[in-house]
Design a protein around this ligand. Structure first.
Ligand code: ARG
Length: 567
C-alpha cells in the first residue's frame, strides 16, 4: 500500500501543480494526507481536499473535481469527487499483486528497510536480583522484546540488554538474613522464593530491631570493598536468581545479548563523576552532590549521597557512556514503568549538559501499571504475583480446555504452553502501553474474544487449509468483496509496522493481527475455498490463505506469539 500511495501522490502532485504551481507541496506531503475511508462505499483511499484549499485558493469541491478528472492510474478502478473528497477505488490487479508479493517475500513481507546499517540497544526486563520477578515486569519484558523484534524486522542491528539489578544495599540485607536464618540447602531448593522469604523476614525483623539495618549496611560496605566471603555469597545469589529468570525467558523465547547488570558499572562511574565535576555541573547540596535542573523544571539529579556512595542515575549515565562506546548505537531504548519517567528525563538531561552529542539518541519508553483481578502488588510484604505463576496458571487452564475439547491433540503440552503464554502476551499488548491494565485471566483465555487463542486458532485454520491444498501457477481471479477486504488489510502490514516502531507501540501490531483475523474469518465463512468450483477462484483463494498465513506468521513473531499449526 505504501508503494501505491507513493505512485498516487506523484500523480496527484501533477494535478495540484496544474491548479497552482505555488502550493509548496511535495509528493511525500500528499502521501501523508491520504486517508483510509471509514466505509468501503467511500473508496479504498481518499484525499480530503480541504487540506489543500488554503494553499491552492480554491474550494475543496473544486479541487476534488479537477483532481478526479486529471487522475489516471491503471491500479485504480474508479475515482470520484464527493463533497470535497477525492475517493479512489483500488482495482483488483493491485490486490492480486499484493497476494503474490506476500507469497514471494515470505518472512520478509512487510519489512521496512530503514534500519539497515544502524544499531539499536534495548535495555529491558532487568529485574532486581533477590527480589521477586513479578507482574510489574511483564510490561518491560514483553514490550521490550517486541520492540527488539520490530527493530530487527526493520533491518536494525539490535542488542538486547538485561540490566540486572545485581548491586545495592539489598545484598547487605540478604547476607545478614542468610547468615541468621537461612541455609545452603534451603536456598538451593527454594531458589528465588527462598531469597525473597529471607528478604521479607529481614524487613519484618528490622521493624523490631533497628540494629539490623546497620549490620546490613556494614555487610554491603564489606561487599563493596571486595570481601571474599560476601562476594561469594553475592555471586551465588545472583546465579540462583538468574537461573530462575532464564526459565521464564525460555518459556517466552526471549534471549538477551548481554546480562551486564548494575554491578558491572561500579568501576565506570568515577570517570563520569569526575567529568561532571570538571565541567562545573556538580553542586553540593546538604552534603550530597547533585546536578541542578531547576532551569529545566525538574528536581535535581542526585549523583552522590552524603557518604559519597553512588545512585541509580550515576550508574545509568556510566552505563550509557559505556554502551555508546561499545556498540556505537544510533538509538538506545529503555523500557520501564512510567514511575521512572522523571528519573530518565533527569539523567538524559545531565548527559546532554555533559556535552555528549548523542543525548538525543536516548529514548525512554514508559508503560502503565498492571493489577490482577483488581489487586495491586506490594514488594516489601512479599504480597506479589510472580510472572512465573501467572504463566503457569494460564498454561494449566489451557491444558484443561484442551483436555475437554480436543483430548487427542498431538503435542498437548507444547500447544498448551504456546497458547497459555500467548494469551497473556496478547492480552497485555492489546492496550496502548500507557494504559493501566487490570488482568482478568478468563478474558485473556477466551477463544471467542479478541484474544491470543482466537488469533492463534485463526492461524491454525490457515495451516489446515494449506495442508489440504497445493499452490499452483496461473492468474489470480479476485471475485468476492470478502477477498478484497481481506487483501486490503494485508496490504497495510508494512505501514502498521512502521507506525509501531515510530510510536514504540507494539499494540499497533496486536490490533492489526485482530483486523487480519476478523477479515480472514469472514472470508473463510462466506467464501468456499477448497470446494470452490471455478478453478481460478479456488487457486486464488488458496493463495490468499497462504498470504494470510504469511502475514499472521510475521506479525506473530513481532509480538512474541507462537505460530500454532494445530490447536
Ligand atoms: N532494575 C530496575 C527495576 O526493576 C529497572 C532498570 C531499568 N533500566 C535502567 N537502565 N535503569 O526497577
Amino acid at each position: 500500500m505504501l508503494k501505491l500511495k507513493k505512485i498516487l501522490a506523484e500523480k496527484l502532485l501533477c494535478g495540484i501543480n496544474s491548479i497552482s504551481s505555488e502550493s509548496g507541496l511535495d509528493a511525500a506531503n500528499i502521501a501523508d494526507m491520504l486517508e483510509y475511508p471509514p466505509d468501503a462505499a467511500m473508496g479504498d483511499l481518499a484525499l480530503p481536499c480541504f487540506k489543500l484549499s488554503k494553499s491552492l485558493r480554491r474550494s475543496p469541491v473544486q479541487i476534488a473535481e479537477v483532481l478526479a478528472s486529471a487522475l489516471e492510474c491503471e491500479l485504480l478502478a474508479k475515482v470520484e469527487a464527493v463533497n470535497g473528497y477525492l475517493n479512489m477505488y483500488i482495482g483488483d490487479k493491485f490486490y492480486s499483486d499484493c497476494v503474490m508479493t506476500a507469497i514471494e517475500k515470505g518472512e520478509k513481507f512487510g519489512a521496512p528497510e530503514f534500519g539497515k546499517g544502524k544499531t539499536v540497544v534495548l535495555d529491558y526486563s532487568s529485574p532486581n536480583v533477590a527480589k521477586p520477578f513479578h507482574i510489574g515486569h511483564l510490561g518491560t519484558t514483553v514490550i521490550g522484546h517486541s520492540l527488539k523484534k520490530l527493530h530487527e524486522f526493520a533491518g536494525y542491528e539490535c542488542v538486547g540488554i538485561n540490566y540486572l539489578g545485581d548491586w545495592g544495599t539489598q545484598f547487605g540485607k540478604l547476607i545478614v538474613a542468610y547468615r541468621k536464618w537461612g541455609s545452603k540447602s534451603e536456598v538451593e531448593e527454594g531458589g528465588v522464593d527462598n531469597l525473597v522469604e529471607l528478604y521479607v523476614k529481614f524487613h519484618n525483623e528490622a521493624e523490631k530491631d533497628k540494629s539490623l539495618e546497620d549490620e546490613a549496611r556494614a555487610e554491603f560496605t564489606k561487599l563493596e570493598h571486595g570481601d571474599e566471603e560476601n562476594l561469594a555469597l553475592w555471586r551465588w545469589f545472583v546465579d540462583v536468581s538468574l537461573a530462575e529468570y532464564k526459565q521464564t525467558y525460555k518459556l517466552l523465547d526471549i534471549e538477551f545479548d548481554s546480562y551486564k547488570g548494575e554491578s558491572f558499572y561500579t568501576d565506570k562511574m568515577p570517570a563520569q563523576v569526575q567529568k561532571l565535576r570538571d565541567s562545573g555541573l556538580l553542586k553540593i547540596d546538604d552534603g550530597a552532590s547533585i546536578v541542578d535542573l531547576e532551569e529545566y523544571n525538574m528536581p535535581p539529579c542526585l549523583i552522590l549521597k552524603r557518604d559519597g556512595s553512588t545512585l541509580y542515575p550515576t550508574r545509568d549515565i556510566a552505563a550509557a557512556v559505556y554502551r555508546k562506546n561499545e556498540y556505537k548505537f544510533d538509538k538506545a531504548i529503555y523500557v520501564t514503568s512510567a514511575g521512572q519517567s522523571l528519573h530518565f528525563a533527569q539523567w538524559f538531561k545531565v548527559v546532554e549538559l555533559m556535552g555528549y552529542d548523542w543525548y538525543d539518541q536516548l529514548v525512554h519508553v514508559p508503560y502503565g501499571t498492571v493489577s490482577i483481578n483488581g489487586a495491586k502488588l506490594a514488594t516489601r510484604t512479599g504480597n506479589v504475583i510472580l510472572l512465573r505463576d501467572l504463566f503457569a496458571q494460564a498454561i494449566e487452564k489451557v491444558t484443561d480446555i484442551i483436555d475437554e475439547k480436543n483430548p487427542n491433540l498431538e503435542n498437548k503440552k507444547h500447544v498448551a504452553e504456546d497458547v497459555g503464554v500467548g494469551a497473556i502476551i496478547f492480552y497485555y499488548l492489546s492496550n496502548n502501553r500507557m494504559r493501566d491494565i487490570n488482568f482478568i485471566m478468563e478474558d485473556a483465555l477466551s477463544f471467542d474474544g479478541n484474544t491470543g487463542p482466537y488469533v492463534q486458532y485463526t492461524y491454525a485454520r490457515t495451516c489446515s487449509v494449506l495442508q489440504k491444498s497445493e499452490l499452483v501457477d496461473g492468474e489470480n481471479k479476485i471475485t468476492a468483496a470478502e477477498e478484497r477486504a481481506l487483501v486490503s488489510v494485508l496490504s497495510k502490514f508494512e505501514e502498521k509496522v512502521i507506525e509501531a516502531i515510530e510510536a514504540y507501540e507494539p499494540s499497533i501490531v496486536t490490533r492489526y493481527i485482530l483486523d487480519v483475523a476478523v477479515a480472514f474469518n469472514q472470508f473463510y465463512h462466506n467464501c468456499q475455498i477448497l470446494s470452490a468450483e471455478d478453478e481460478e477462484v479456488r487457486r486464488t483463494r488458496i493463495r490468499i490463505t497462504k498470504a494470510v498465513n504469511t502475514v499472521l506468521g510475521n506479525a506473530f513473531s513481532l509480538i512474541c506469539l507462537k505460530k500454532t499449526e494445530k490447536i
